[in-house]
Design a protein around this ligand. Structure first.
Ligand code: ADP
Ligand code: TRP
Length: 320
């Protein structure tokens, strides 16, 4: 089985990225042939500063390696090191109905937030489709917000195959319902656009401060509380062991515990989870050559697949 997922290097990674996308991908690297990439072509739709793009791309590489990406198992690469995807994007563009892209929420959401309405931003799901189809991926682990884009990829794969003969595998989305939307400190979806994130590799003190600011209802210490509707508990559930969860849930239900105590428990589990990864990341940051080697090797493996697919696609449409 082939698995592929990518992340845009557009900012510091947070708990939503970690549980919604990184962890599911990293689990799958043991179950199949994984392709994981830094979507820097995609990031060009929102970042116009070259140094910022370079720095963010390196940061994402360090983040993934620190979180357990194993370069012996997964091919890990920068999207732009596999330029075949841009050629495939063009072929797919010529059979992409405008209406299909016009219906995509993310374009509307992004332009509503003030991102320039460029052709690249509009055509973004076609580039994403090319990423997936170029390596003939079976499974695409993503957060729920990307579901519509995977449907575009499926539609375009089917359309191409019907029109020109079968070249592409039709991919499936893999969305973990239990972590589909990780809440931010204000209770909305955690997202860098809402300034409600807890960064996984930020400053430890800052992370704790953000945790202490998580929005709750106004129940008093004595009141009985409901863990299932609480933003603190929603995050605790992702980080703590089943026993720890049961213990804290019992305290919620018994009354006599303030939200401050729950926040402290969350801050502790956050720290014990991420402190070792932070150390690993620091060590990797000192070894840029290693990181570059990993990315170069990953690109070679991905390019081999992409080149083979492109060859078939060029033949199918009559470019060769
Ligand atoms: P952001 O919303 O911060 O800009 P991105 O859109 O760059 O995050 O998301 C990168 C990946 O992380 C995607 O696969 C997305 O689905 C996942 N993701 C982001 N935020 C969350 C969240 N709050 N819950 C679950 N998954 C998320
Ligand atoms: N669009 C995705 C995001 O913003 C990143 C991405 C680009 C991606 N190409 C992909 C994800 C291919 C999965 C498969 O999160």
């Amino acid at each position: 089985m082939r698995i592929l997922s990518g992340i845009q290097p557009t900012g510091k990674l947070h708990l939503g990225n970690y549980f919604g996308m990184m962890r599911p991908v990293l689990e799958l690297q043991d179950q199949g042939e994984a392709f994981i990439f830094i979507a820097n072509y995609h990031a060009l739709t929102t970042i116009s500063d070259a140094n910022e793009l370079r720095q963010n791309s390196l940061d994402v590489a360090l983040d993934f390696l620190a979180c357990g990406l194993d370069p012996k198992k997964a091919a890990f690469y920068r999207q732009s090191d596999v330029p075949e995807v841009t050629e495939l994007t063009w072929m797919l563009s010529t059979l992409t109905p405008m209406g299909l892209l016009e219906r995509c929420h993310s374009y509307k959401d992004k332009t509503a937030r003030g991102i320039a309405a460029s052709h690249g931003l509009f055509a973004y799901p076609v580039l994403m489709t090319a990423d997936i189809l170029a390596v003939q991926s079976d499974l695409v682990p993503v957060g729920r917000d990307q579901k519509q884009h995977i449907e575009v990829a499926r539609d375009l794969a089917i359309k191409f195959n019907n029109q020109y003969g079968t070249v592409f595998k039709v991919p499936e989305a893999d969305i973990r319902e239990e972590v589909a939307v990780v809440p931010g400190i204000d209770g909305q979806k955690m997202s860098k656009s809402y300034n409600n994130t807890i960064e996984i590799f930020g400053n430890a003190k800052e992370a704790k401060k953000r945790i202490m600011r998580i929005v709750t209802d106004s129940k008093t210490v004595e009141d009985v509380k409901d863990p299932d509707t609480c933003n603190i508990f929603a995050l605790y559930r992702l980080l703590a062991s089943p026993e720890q969860q049961a213990e804290l849930a019992a305290k919620y239900r018994a009354g006599g515990m303030g939200y401050g105590e729950a926040k402290k428990a969350l801050a502790e589990s956050f720290e014990s989870h991420f402190a070792p990864l932070r150390e690993k990341r620091e060590a990797l940051a000192g070894d840029r050559d290693y990181v570059e080697d990993v990315l170069r090797d990953g690109a070679q493996r991905a390019r081999k697949e992409a080149a083979a697919t492109l060859q078939r696609a060029r033949q199918a449409v009559g470019l060769e």
